[in-house]
Ligand binder design. Structure first.
Ligand code: TRP
Length: 354
């Protein structure tokens, strides 16, 4: 059965606290969508987190609560959004097994998201080459290999999305290739087994990617260039004061560059007073405006944004039992939908025996 109502779904890997990159890239869209969607799902992707943290179960376990707190603190509302834990919905794993047959290994190896992550982690990829009909394996023996579970996580993510029959996926730009793969899986599934799934759409925010405080293209925990939603005012100040600006802007009277200047990039995103930002830019380019003045402005803006989130987070953190109860209830609800979808899938695949 196809469904045209908006069913939104997104998730986080519980590997660390959420930061401003998550906030502008996906959290704000989640909050908007939960108000308008027919149904909203938020999944804590502990199974996906384990694909590159198999040796660190404590980290994944502890961060389940942290990401739940981050989401609740920014306004994900458990009465509107079903919040649940991936591993407690085993139907997702079952659907993943069926989807694995619909994607080639080569297609996975081409996935830009997976490729970037493999490079970042310093994993080696072996390649099978054919020369004159002879298969040859070239292996990068100096690097640890890629876990099979990691290579296939985009397929499992397609199952995350489709088990709930969701169609609008608010995620950051880096997730685009995974959403494309999901649509390819839908095409193949429907062709082999009949029309069960409808196409899905990514919903990008106005700021799908946030540069790191160091000027790196992406704010990322592994790069150590993040401002977290739980950061204190002191830490926010410290991080902003150390932000990358224009290395050639040495004296206040020197003309400065706004291109690639992180402080201006952030002011463009977070400063509500756009006309003033324009004036500041002109002044900075002309010379006579110091970095410290700008940074102080940004400190104030970010403190104002993060303080209520941090305070709500601290309040909620005092009752972890309550948070786990929210996840427990959400999981029970999510599982019902998952079971219904899986029954339909089994029937379509002719494996509904008794
Ligand atoms: N891969 C996503 C991330 O790293 C997390 C995720 C898992 C997800 N399953 C999902 C996002 C399903 C959207 C839909 O941020």
């Amino acid at each position: 059965m196809k469904n045209n109502a908006v069913i939104t779904l997104t998730g986080d890997r519980p590997t660390g606290r959420l930061h401003l990159g998550h906030y502008v890239g996906s959290l704000t869209e989640r909050i908007k969508l939960q108000a308008t969607a027919e149904q909203a799902f938020y999944m804590i992707a502990d199974v996906q987190a384990l694909t590159d943290n198999a040796d660190n179960p404590d980290k994944v376990r502890n961060n389940v609560l942290e990401v739940a707190l981050d989401n609740l603190a920014v306004g994900v509302d458990p009465t509107k959004t079903t919040m649940y834990i991936q591993s407690l919905v085993p139907e997702i794993a079952e659907l993943t097994i069926f989807f694995l047959n619909l994607v080639t290994v080569n297609r996975l190896l081409q996935n830009p998201t997976v490729k970037t992550e493999i490079l970042q982690k310093g994993w080696g990829l072996s390649e099978i080459k054919e020369t004159n009909g002879i298969l040859e394996k070239t292996e990068n023996i100096n690097k640890p290999g890629v876990p099979a579970g990691f290579l296939t996580y985009p397929i499992s993510q397609a199952a995350d999305i489709l088990i709930m029959k969701s169609n609008i996926i608010p995620v950051g730009e880096d997730q685009k290739p995974i959403i494309e793969l999901t649509n390819e899986i839908i095409d193949t599934f429907n062709r082999y087994y009949g029309e069960v799934f409808s196409k899905v759409k990514i919903q990008l925010s106005e700021t799908p990617r946030l540069v790191g405080t160091d000027g790196n293209a992406k704010m990322s925990k592994s790069l150590g260039n993040c401002i977290y939603l739980a950061d204190s005012n002191e830490i926010i100040e410290e991080k902003v004061m150390a932000m990358y600006t224009d290395p050639n802007h040495i004296r206040v009277e020197d003309p400065g560059n706004i291109e690639g200047n992180v402080v201006f990039t952030y002011l463009d995103i977070f400063d509500p007073n756009k006309p003033e930002v324009l004036e500041l830019k002109a002044q900075y380019q002309k010379g006579g405006l110091g970095d410290v003045v700008l940074k102080k402005r940004l400190v104030g803006i970010l403190q104002e944004l993060i303080t209520p989130i941090r305070e709500k987070r601290e309040r909620l953190a005092q009752d972890p039992r309550m948070i786990m109860d929210i996840l427990k209830d959400g999981t029970a609800t999510a599982r019902k939908t998952a079971q219904a979808t899986l029954a339909e899938v089994r029937q379509a695949m002719k494996i509904d025996y008794f």
